[in-house]
Design a protein around this ligand. Structure first.
Ligand SMILES: [Zn+2]
Length: 459
């Protein structure tokens, strides 16, 4: 009958579709009679007179020869299956992403396994499962960090798995696989604020081999930069040719000036943020800079080590009383912006081979950034008008926010990035909507600039 004929037609198409010049993954069945279509009408989303049939994807067995690791531009390590080439859904497949260690464990994929491959959505090759009956008796479970000996395959820097994430990442500031991302982060306004060095220029610097890590920027010459080719001369119609575009002398001079400023004047906290060590944001970097006089002091820092080794920080976080009574936290009065995980990252970076190379390079370049908010002993702020007070700054004020941070810190106060019940004051300019709302709900007093002056006794 007609239903059987319909199914036969779908099956016939399943064979024929592999000869088509384009990929297909299903068939659409439609009612031909327009009068019947009229009667059936539409649901809110689709017509009732048409339905899609999805073919199950074609699956093939092949051998998993090796697992290679790709280092992404943000340092994420992605395991990739290298397969004995196999023809699936119209093309030869020899590689498939394994996503991450968790996925490998979930499917229990081991080197030398026979695996079933398909193309998801008929496009992206993926490994469906292992044919365990064909497994070699000596096949061992695969563990990415162990196979890599806890080192990035691109730069041998330390790798880590951030809590809450499945991916392993290379944390080395100088990793060449991450050059563009690292240089862009280094140069951004909140970092070392290098004029004219955005992502597109970073890409060209890396492509041309002029810089493969942030610190190599300091060896660039005026000539190197001025001649950096941004766009080659192009012809779209074969008649006219557009002019090539180079970085140019003027922009080169500006960039060199800001590199000089970064080298000689940028304070420690800006450098620490620019180095992109995982879990070190702007506020954490400031807190580190409050506790250290210069960058080289972070290597082997006792404070960092003490914090990294705090045994029961999670517990301490839960209990305000315990936290206040903890001798180390009390001694340094370390705020919530700098926790043990960040401290562990700092410690493992500076003690790693990659970290040692960075310190050596900085030393060779004559760079050792100094703290501009060094105040490790909270008792030294005693007697200052804002001693022991925590501020959050928001909205647009009469001067840039960092200026107000400086003023607050110079008077013994601390500046934090986010509002909590422990915040003493919100300094708010025009706008600053969400922080203002939060401050109101937590009954944190909101100050304007005049109120701050009054607190400082300067009104
Ligand atoms: Zn690396």
């Amino acid at each position: 009958d007609s239903l059987n004929a319909l199914l036969a037609a779908i099956r016939e198409l399943d064979t024929a579709r592999h000869e088509l010049a384009y990929g297909t993954d299903g068939a659409v069945v439609k009612i031909i009679d327009f009068a019947q279509r009229e009667t059936l009408g539409f649901t809110s989303r689709a017509p009732r007179w048409a339905a899609a049939f999805k073919y199950p994807p074609e699956q093939r067995e092949t051998l998993l020869k090796e697992i290679t690791i790709q280092v992404g531009r943000t340092g994420v390590l992605t395991p990739v299956a290298e397969l004995a080439p196999v023809f699936v859904s119209g093309t030869t497949v020899s590689r498939a992403t394994l996503h991450n260690q968790e996925e490998i464990e979930r499917k229990d994929i081991r080197l030398g396994d026979t695996v079933v491959v398909e193309k998801a959505g008929e496009i992206i090759p993926s490994i469906v499962k292992v044919v365990t009956e064909k497994r070699q008796p000596n096949a061992e479970p695969y563990h990415l960090p162990a196979v890599l000996n806890h080192q990035c395959p691109s730069c041998h820097g330390p790798i880590e798995q951030q809590s809450g994430f499945v991916a392993w990442r290379c944390t080395n500031f100088e990793c060449p696989a991450q050059a563009v991302t690292r240089i862009t982060h280094f140069a951004q306004r909140k970092g070392l604020d290098l004029d004219g060095l955005g992502e597109s220029v970073a890409i060209k610097l890396v492509e041309t081999g002029l810089a493969s890590s942030p610190l190599e920027l300091f060896t660039l010459t005026l000539d190197d930069l001025a001649n950096l080719l941004l766009d080659p001369a192009k012809s779209s119609d074969g008649l006219t040719v557009s002019k090539e575009r180079r970085f140019g002398e003027k922009r080169a001079e500006t960039l060199l000036t800001s590199l000089k400023r970064a080298k000689e004047e940028m304070p420690l906290h800006r450098w620490l943020f620019a180095m992109g060590i995982s879990q070190i944001g702007e506020s954490g970097a400031r807190e580190l800079a409050r506790l250290h006089k210069k960058l080289s002091d972070l290597e082997g820092s006792q404070i960092v080590s003490d914090l990294a080794d705090l045994p029961d920080f999670e517990e301490l976080q839960k209990s305000k009383r315990k936290k206040e009574n903890h001798p180390r936290l009390q001694e340094y009065q370390i705020d919530d912006n700098l926790g043990p995980v960040a401290a562990q990252n700092i410690r493992s970076f500076f003690s790693s081979e990659a970290g040692q190379t960075v310190l050596q390079r900085l030393n060779d370049l004559g760079i050792n950034p100094k703290s501009d908010n060094f105040a490790p002993d909270p008792s030294s702020t005693e007697g200052l008008p804002l001693a022991g007070k925590t501020f959050v700054v928001t909205g647009s004020l009469s001067a840039p926010r960092p200026e107000f941070k400086k003023i607050i810190e110079a008077h013994g106060g601390k500046v934090s990035g986010s509002i909590s019940a422990k915040t003493d004051y919100l300094l708010a300019g025009e706008g600053g909507g969400s922080k203002r709302t939060k401050a109101e709900s937590l009954q944190v007093p909101i100050l304007n600039e005049e109120d701050l002056q009054e607190l400082l006794g300067e009104a």
